[in-house]
Structures are given as C-alpha cells and as structure tokens.
Design a protein around this ligand. Sequence first.
Ligand SMILES: CC(C)(COP(=O)(O)OP(=O)(O)OC[C@H]1O[C@@H](n2cnc3c(N)ncnc32)[C@H](O)[C@@H]1OP(=O)(O)O)[C@@H](O)C(=O)NCCC(=O)NCCS
Length: 181
Amino acid sequence: MTDYWAHPTALVEEGARIGADTAIWHHAHIRAGAVVGEGTVIGKNVFVDAAARVGARCKVQNNVSVYSGVVLEDDVFVGPSAVFTNDRFPRAFGPWQRVDTLVRRGASIGANATVRCGIELGELSLVAAGAVVVRDVRPNELVGGNPARTLGWVDVRGEVVDRGPERPPDLPFGGIEEVLP
Ligand SMILES: CC(C)(COP(=O)(O)OP(=O)(O)OC[C@H]1O[C@@H](n2cnc3c(N)ncnc32)[C@H](O)[C@@H]1OP(=O)(O)O)[C@@H](O)C(=O)NCCC(=O)NCCS
C-alpha cells in the first residue's frame, strides 16, 4: 500500500522513499535510495538517482535527471529539460569524482538551464531559461545567460523587483509560508 501515485509506466525501485500525495508521471525512474518528499510532482521521463534528494512540494518538470549528489530542498521548481551535473571534470574512464549541488528552498530553475555541480542556488533564486550556472546564486537573485550573470532580483512570487547588481535593501528574505496554499 502506497500513499503516493505513480503512472503504471513509471519505475519506482524498492528502497526509494516517496512522500504522501506525490505524483510520479509516465516513464519516470526513481532509484533505490532516492528520497522524494510529500506533495511533489515528478514529471514525465524524470530520473531521480540513488543518492539524490527531492524535497516536499517540489515540481520537477519533464525530462529532468536529478543525479546523485543533487539536493533539492522543499518548494523547488525545476523547468523542463533542465540539466544537473555531478562531475566537474568528467571522463569515461578512471574514478568517478562526485561533486554535490544544493538547491535551497523555493528556488526555481528555468527550462533548459544547466547547473554546474559544486554550487548552491540560494533560497527563492531564479535561474533564467537556457542559463548555464557556474557560480553560487544568492537568495532572490535572478541570473541568466552563459555563463549566468546577475539579471536582477525577484520576490517570493517570482516577480522582478530590481534589475541592479546588488540586492535591494527593502527586499525581504523568505516568506514562502505566506504564499503556500
Ligand atoms: C529571466 C526571466 C524571468 C526574465 O523575465 P523578464 O524580466 O520579464 O524578461 P524581459 O523580456 O523583460 O527581459 C529583461 C532582460 O532580461 C533578458 N532576458 C530575458 N530572459 C532571458 C534569458 N532566459 N536568458 C538571458 N537573458 C534573458 C532580456 O534580454 C532583457 O535584457 P535587456 O534588458 O538587456 O534587453 C524570463 O525571461 C525567464 O527566462 N523565465 C523562465 C521561464 C521558464 O523557463 N519557465 C519554466 C516553466 S515553463
């Protein structure tokens, strides 16, 4: 008996931990050891690796692979076909050198963005569609381009409140609880 829903074509390996009220769509694959929080939506063709963690109330859109070493905290949005990495200097031979990535609560990653491993995306930050992120992103910071640079600052609802390089002093931190249904 499970208290989450998975489409019949999804593969949820024994030993994966899935929270209540989570939905797992067509052809998704959740490996043994993976953790997915409650109330999360795992899109079509999403892969969650053995040592990856996805928080509660996240939305992981179609065709995203969440590799081992990637941690998505609660309320994270990952746009369609966004790409995580977990080896900074990859080779097909020799030992795997895993490098972790942390996506803080409430952050959003746009469609088709690439997130290089070893970085932290701050709380409520927003990565533009198609960005290549190679450095830490500050809380509420909006970044885009390749390499991704500061485009401005967004509030808890994702609206751009400033287009300067530094955080506006009147932009509050956090506030997710106030907008949760
Ligand atoms: C980054 C984003 C939030 C900016 O929104 P916005 O401020 O309304 O965008 P605007 O069209 O007013 O553009 C503002 C500036 O940002 C630039 N910009 C907009 N989107 C960009 C992107 N994806 N990458 C790089 N630069 C971008 C524009 O060129 C413009 O620059 P300029 O002032 O030098 O001309 C938005 O374009 C975006 O990428 N959202 C994510 C969409 C997504 O992937 N959703 C996933 C669910 S489907």
